[in-house]
Write a protein that binds this ligand. Structure first.
Ligand SMILES: [Zn+2]
Length: 199
């Protein structure tokens, strides 16, 4: 699946657009050894598989545009904070920070609202060093951006119009909401409630 919003974004930031595929949700046909099952549960970071006969909770798969990493979020057993912080790390310095937990809840809520199994994350933590570089390059980033405090996330939902996501985001009353219509993503943060538009 190729995402039009990501292609638009790629054109702006000069990076190749991700051509990611939604991971196959189908379980392997052959029964797995216990050792392999445990290894798989560890590698996908969402706890052990449900007990036999129990229906698994709906997964939301976060995709990081910069690191090309996936993080599966199971509502019943969310990943440890450290895993989330690592996933949302600053890609330039490779450094994580303690992210505001409400941000993962909000993107999972967005996925549920738009019936999507995938959310594309464009930006989570932004190291002050990287934020300064972006400012010097003339990018539209605030000096004391909420991203540098681990309080903001830029994201989009594949196949959902950015305008529709923006309407939903504002209705959540979480904090700041920025619309980046040309780039094809929405910014949400846990700072004071305020709305703005970028490119
Ligand atoms: Zn942002």
């Amino acid at each position: 699946m190729r995402c039009a919003a990501a292609i638009a974004l790629g054109a702006i930031v000069g990076a190749a657009a991700p051509a990611h595929a939604v991971p196959d949700a189908a379980a392997p046909a052959a029964p797995m050894a216990k050792k392999d099952r445990l290894a798989l549960a560890k590698s996908t970071q969402h706890g052990p598989p449900p007990a036999p006969g129990q229906r698994p909770g709906k997964l939301v798969n976060l995709y990081n545009f910069w690191t090309k990493e996936w993080l599966a979020i199971a509502p019943s057993s969310p990943p440890p904070r450290a895993t989330i912080d690592r996933f949302l790390r600053d890609h330039f310095t490779n450094k994580p920070t303690a992210m505001e937990p409400k941000l993962v809840d909000i993107v999972v809520a967005a996925a549920a609202n738009f019936h999507s199994e995938v959310v594309d994350v464009v930006s989570g933590f932004r190291h002050p060093k990287y934020n300064l570089i972006l400012r010097k390059k003339g990018h539209q980033v605030a000096r004391d951006s909420q991203h540098t405090h681990g309080n903001a996330i830029d994201f989009f939902v594949p196949n959902v119009a950015t305008a529709a996501l923006h309407v939903w985001a504002k209705a959540q009353k979480l904090g700041g909401v920025g619309l980046y219509a040309e780039s094809g993503f929405v910014h949400m943060d846990t700072g004071p409630i305020r709305f703005w538009s970028g490119e």
